[in-house]
Design a protein around this ligand. Structure first.
Ligand code: GLC
Ligand code: MG
Length: 251
């Protein structure tokens, strides 16, 4: 067996079934010790909410932590030192104040808590009913102002506005390049809208957990490829199932 790079979302992907997570954690830390496999957590949470999760669940220490929907990369999660090269790449053409000012015209957007407003991420709550009408209008308003951003809608409630060069998938490309790991030796796992970028960015193997949200299932069904596997089991159980499917843990 050889080393691989595992990139997983946290809420409702790695985290959600404590028993399955403990089995998976054990397999992964053994694989990391014996083969040099790398583990990356990629979450929509801010560093503050990630820290909170680490007090509630027994997570492994990741080799890199990607927070705030791919906009922050940290190789030393304990000291929360963010990679400055990544920040530099995202700051190109990003005008946070203008994004906030433009979005302020939309009464249906409710700002998320202050902890979730980050240097390269502006986040709102937006109801599912109204989203289909609001999102295209907001997108064209941002475009008209020359703001090169990306709108990511997840779980029928969360809207994130990110720099064009920043999302979970692009953060994985950055890490693969840094560590020299092939897409074929990389497996990404997720359950919701902000994970679509993980699956769409390239040739990485992808595991969609059995409890995935409608937006990701729809995307999966309309972009069928052997590189992606829709698991039956939920959360960490689905990750284990997918790792066996792709042969990363042996068949
Ligand atoms: C997490 C973040 C939130 C974000 C959501 C979807 O819940 O805390 O800010 O909108 O993920 O990406
Ligand atoms: Mg999730």
């Amino acid at each position: 067996m050889t080393a691989f790079l595992l990139v997983t979302d946290l809420d409702n992907t790695l985290v959600g079934d404590d028993e399955a997570m403990s089995v998976l954690n054990q397999r992964l830390s053994q694989h990391r010790q014996e083969h040099g496999t790398k583990i990356v957590y990629s979450t929509g949470r801010s560093p503050a909410l990630y820290r909170q999760l680490t007090t509630e669940k027994s997570l492994l220490q990741p080799d890199a932590l990607v927070t705030s929907v791919g906009t922050e990369i940290c190789f030393n999660p304990v000291e929360e030192v963010f990679d400055s090269n990544w920040a530099q790449m995202l700051s190109n053409g990003w005008n946070r104040e203008e994004v906030v000012a433009t979005a302020a015209h939309y009464a249906d957007l409710t700002p998320q808590p202050e902890s979730e407003q980050r240097p390269f991420k502006v986040s709102y709550f937006l109801g599912e009913q109204i989203a289909t009408e609001v999102l295209p209008r907001l997108e064209s308003a941002l475009k008209e102002k020359g703001l090169d951003v990306k709108l990511v809608y997840s779980g029928s409630q969360d809207l994130d506005i990110l720099p064009r060069q920043g999302d979970k998938g692009l953060a994985v490309q950055f890490l693969r390049q840094k560590w020299g790991i092939d897409a074929a030796q990389t497996v990404v796992c997720g359950d919701s809208g902000n994970d679509i970028a993980l699956f769409s960015v390239g040739e990485e193997r992808g595991i969609i957990v059995g409890n995935a949200k409608a937006e990701l299932c729809q995307w999966y069904n309309s972009h069928k490829t052997d590189n992606h596997y829709l698991a039956q089991a939920h959360c960490a159980g689905g990750i284990l199932e997918g790792l066996h499917h792709f042969g990363f843990l042996g068949n």
